[in-house]
Design a protein around this ligand. Structure first.
Ligand code: SAH
Length: 358
């Protein structure tokens, strides 16, 4: 026990320091953890309200030049069939998002230089002018000029997880491209300077991720003042370096990639960053298909990302195996998520649902 159990919440704002975060991550007592869930849910309600924002996810390409040790899309994986959606296909998805009342589309891909700066800028302009939705991009580490051009074309937000704040572990799981050093922290700062709302996050339970590292990741979220924070369990993919040769730390140091650990990190993220938009992720729904999504929303999250990717492409966007919602159509994803949100007494957000600042 790290605090006097007579005290109510050793949880709020500045009171949540390194030692408290670490103790919560190592806490396994269900009764005590209920304090954490309640505090996070209360903070979520007071800071961002009961609305759950829907972000329609379009996985626009699975081509990738990188060799990330965790991700099934890496360049050396010859087992997946590669695809890149056409501009018209993407626009059709965006129109469907509009029809379903989503305020935002998120376009995500591998790091694919077949997505040229001009082509992407044109897609963004068309979505803004023909459909009128907030546009989030998650296209990997592109040159600053590309990011600037897309902002200019009307993109609103950019998601790029830093994956881990342990730079040695990062180098192992995320090798550089040629001689270009991968510095996601610097790139996230550039994105902010360009005027994007900035989202980042980490995977939970990467082999080699220690408790200390995870505490540091959470402290980074707060110090970076992120607008959006996505955290989900690491799910091994057999056709990756990390899937074949995980090299975990000794059990007392290694963070487990469990559902419970994911809820702890979601809840702590909410307490540390009260106003951030935090999704209840597909990776979490993958490891608990029954009610992972709902539990994430009840323990700090306020966003879901229904999939809009056409079904013929969806199974090829295999960043990890057995992804939730792989065979559902966009319409089915919408009904499923709407029902899940309403079943826990929450409301569906209207409009773009950008980051609130008070
Ligand atoms: N190319 C983009 C998008 C990558 S996919 C980019 O690099 O930013 C989006 C996120 O999925 C990644 O940032 C990573 O955190 C997560 N992801 C990838 N492989 C995963 C795995 N095996 N298990 C869990 N999450 C994974």
């Amino acid at each position: 026990m790290f605090w006097d159990s007579d005290q109510p919440y050793p949880l709020a704002g500045a009171g949540l320091g390194y030692d408290q975060i670490l103790a919560w991550l190592r806490e396994d007592d269900e009764v005590r953890l209920r304090n954490l869930w309640d505090a996070a849910d209360d903070m979520r309600r007071r800071s961002v309200g009961d609305d759950v924002h829907f972000r329609g996810l379009i996985e626009i390409s699975n081509h990738c030049v990188r060799r990330c040790a965790y991700c099934g899309l890496h360049v050396e994986n010859t087992k997946i069939e590669r695809y890149r959606m056409t501009a018209d296909e993407i626009l059709a998805c965006a129109r469907e998002a509009k029809e379903y009342g989503y305020g935002t589309v998120v376009m995500q891909s591998g790091e694919d230089y077949g997505i040229t700066v001009a082509w992407m800028a044109d897609v963004i302009r068309r979505i803004k002018s023909e459909v009128g939705l907030a546009v989030t991009l998650s296209l990997g580490e592109r040159p600053v000029e590309d990011l600037a051009a897309w902002k200019q074309a009307g993109a609103d937000r950019y998601l790029m997880r830093f994956e881990t704040s342990d730079l040695k572990l990062y180098d192992r799981i995320h090798p550089p491209l040629g001689n270009r050093k991968s510095d996601r922290f610097a790139l996230l700062e550039e994105l902010r300077r360009l005027g994007y709302e900035v989202g980042s996050g980490v995977m939970i339970g990467i082999p080699g991720q220690s408790y200390d590292t995870l505490v540091n990741d959470l402290c980074m979220f707060r110090s970076m003042d992120l607008d959006m924070i996505g955290v989900g369990p690491y799910i091994p993919h057999p056709d990756t370096v990390l899937g074949r040769d995980p090299q975990p730390l000794p059990p007392d140091q290694q963070v487990p990639n469990t559902e419970l650990m994911t809820y702890k990190v979601v809840a702590l993220t909410r307490l540390l960053c009260p106003q951030a938009n935090i999704p209840s992720t597909t990776a979490l729904a993958t490891i608990n298909k029954a009610n992972g999504r709902e539990l994430g929303l009840c323990r700090g999250a306020n966003v879901v990302m229904p999939n809009l990717t056409p079904v013929q492409y969806r199974r090829h966007y295999e960043i990890y195996p057995a992804k939730a919602c792989i065979n559902e159509t966009a319409r089915e994803c919408r009904f499923c998520l709407k029902n899940r949100v309403q079943s826990i007494g929450r409301t569906i957000g209207q409009g773009p649902g950008g980051r609130v600042r008070s």
